[in-house]
Structures are given as structure tokens and as C-alpha cells.
Design a protein around this ligand. Structure first.
Ligand code: DGL
Length: 294
């Protein structure tokens, strides 16, 4: 462990396992994109409290060097650990590529990065052992997906997989502007995915928080026979599995208050306006219609 190792201020031995189980899960991302992961966690684990930090003061991570991303990610993760989170979810692919190995080593609480869960799913999904990975420039340049495939396959003694990675830097700004349909995004997607089609991949990992919002256009371009693996969805399943296996699920008492806290290192108003796109719109009113069946 490093010298600047941060310890969880809440020691389970002092407060008892039940109380520690009710501590929040810390989730972080460069910005709003990790809400795709948070949303899936909340859907599957409604009794869990959550502190979500979007590091919008330094967003995007995807066009920064791995060293820079590592520095920012460490500051945010240290804060979540110091505030007593029982688990840290690195919801950002770029941050997972830069910081996951160090975080797993340095923190006492379980750390769930987005990359390994997606790799596991893609490995079991592919039939022809050709997998595409799309992500930010930082994620692709890090080579972390290819390394994780290699390590996992070796550990499990599985047949090798050829990994074809493509950076798709325009996807994040398009999603944040709410543009997921139309000629422009279709043309850009065709362009980015052409090498994956030529390689004949049968599985594509959506290796970026924002890409679950582009599954329509990506599936259209790749064709129905190609399986898309969402790192957000696989990560939420991994959170569920880890908490279940370690006996750390929060208690399900309906009277206990569950807290969902969203924080942003940059402008909170901008975070809030983008957040609905990722977390889903709230229902503001419901109108009553008369009985339709008589
Ligand atoms: N959250 C980032 C990721 O998953 C995408 C946005 C960014 O570049 O910061 O890689």
C-alpha cells in the first residue's frame, strides 16, 4: 500500500457489521456519464444509499493523459473512502483504465471498476473470439481493455480473444447535446465502426459511460447479429454480486431512510440539467383518464 493510503473513517469493528452494511456506496465519474452505472445500481439495489461524485471541474477525462486522470480520480476516490463508503465504484472507463489497479491495492473497501465486468461478459458472449471495444481516446490508448482480456482469459484458461479497439471521441459530446439520432451521428458511427465490421467482431463492448445512450445507432450500424455489452450494466451486476457474497447488502427495513446524494466538483446547475438525460426524466404529473373498457 502507498504511503498516502487513505483509510475509511468508519471502522466496521467499532460500529458493528449491520451499521456498516448501511453505509453508502461511493460512485464516481468524470461527470454525468457514470449516472448510467448509478441508475442501474439503484434499479437493482433500492435499499442501498449512494454518494455520487461527478468530477465536472476536470471533465472530460477521455482526452487527458492517464497521469492526469489518475491524479483527479485519486482525489475523488480518497474523499469517498474518507467519508465512510463501504464500496467504491469507478463508474468511468477512463478512470478505471488509469486508476483501478492502484485503488484496489490501496483501499480497504472493495473497489469495482467498470472494465473487468464488461470483459467477463464479452468473453462468455463471443463465439468467434473476435471482440470490439469502443471508448474514449484515453481508454483506448491505455490498452487496459486488451490487457484485462488477456489476464482474465489466462486466469480462466479460456481460448484467446482478438480484441479490436476504436476510440470514438465525438460520441461523448453528441450524447451530452442529446443527439443520438439523425444523419450526422449515423455517419460518424459508420465511420468509427467500419474497422470493427471489417474485422468481423461478433461482440462489441460499450467501453464508455455515455455509450449505453447510443445502443440504437451502434446496433443499427453493427447489425442485429452482433451482441453489445454495456459496461454500466455489467458493473451493476458485479456490485450486486460482491455485496451479496461479502454479506454487505444494506438491510431492507422499509422504515430506514435511503439517501441518494449527487455532488459535482463543477457547476451543479449544469450537472443537474444533464443528469436527467442519464438518470431518466422524472414524472412531473399524471393525468387521470376515464375508464376505457366498458
Ligand atoms: N466517463 C468517461 C468514460 O467512461 C467519458 C467522459 C469523459 O471523457 O470524461 O470514459
Amino acid at each position: 500500500m502507498g504511503d498516502d493510503h487513505v483509510t475509511n473513517n468508519v471502522d466496521p469493528a467499532d460500529i458493528g457489521p449491520e451499521t456498516f452494511n448501511n453505509a453508502p456506496i461511493g460512485v464516481f465519474d468524470s461527470g454525468v456519464g457514470g449516472l448510467t452505472v448509478a441508475r442501474t445500481i439503484v434499479d437493482q439495489l433500492p435499499h442501498e444509499s449512494l454518494i455520487y461524485i461527478g468530477d465536472t471541474a476536470h471533465s472530460p477525462y477521455g482526452d487527458k493523459s492517464l497521469d492526469e486522470v489518475r491524479t483527479y480520480a485519486r482525489a475523488v476516490a480518497d474523499d469517498l473512502v474518507a467519508r465512510g463508503c463501504k464500496m467504491i465504484v469507478i463508474a468511468c472507463n477512463s478512470a478505471s483504465a488509469a486508476f483501478a489497479d492502484i485503488a484496489i491495492e490501496d483501499y480497504d473497501v472493495p473497489v469495482i471498476p467498470v472494465i473487468l465486468p464488461a470483459v467477463k461478459r464479452a468473453t462468455s458472449t463471443t463465439h468467434n473470439r473476435k471482440v470490439g471495444v469502443i471508448g474514449t481516446a484515453a481508454t483506448v490508448a491505455s490498452g487496459e481493455y486488451a490487457r484485462t482480456f488477456e489476464r482474465y482469459i489466462a486466469d480462466e484458461g479460456m481460448a484467446e480473444v482478438d480484441v479490436y479497439s476504436e476510440a470514438c471521441p465525438l460520441f461523448v459530446p453528441f450524447v451530452e447535446r442529446g443527439i443520438t439520432t439523425g444523419r450526422q451521428i449515423l455517419g460518424i458511427t459508420e465511420n468509427y465502426l467500419e474497422p470493427l465490421k471489417e474485422a468481423g467482431v461478433d461482440t462489441v463492448v460499450l467501453g464508455c459511460t455515455h455509450y449505453p445512450l447510443l445502443t440504437g445507432v451502434v446496433q443499427l450500424v453493427m447489425g442485429d447479429e452482433v451482441t453489445l455489452v454495456s459496461s454500466a450494466e455489467e458493473t451493476a451486476k458485479s456490485v450486486y454480486r460482491t455485496l451479496s457474497e461479502t454479506g454487505q447488502l444494506a438491510d431492507t427495513d422499509p422504515d430506514r431512510e435511503v439517501s441518494l446524494s449527487f455532488e459535482s466538483t463543477g457547476d451543479p446547475a449544469r450537472f443537474a440539467s444533464l443528469a436527467t438525460r442519464f438518470l431518466g426524466p422524472a414524472i412531473t404529473s399524471v393525468s387521470h383518464i376515464p375508464e376505457l373498457f366498458r
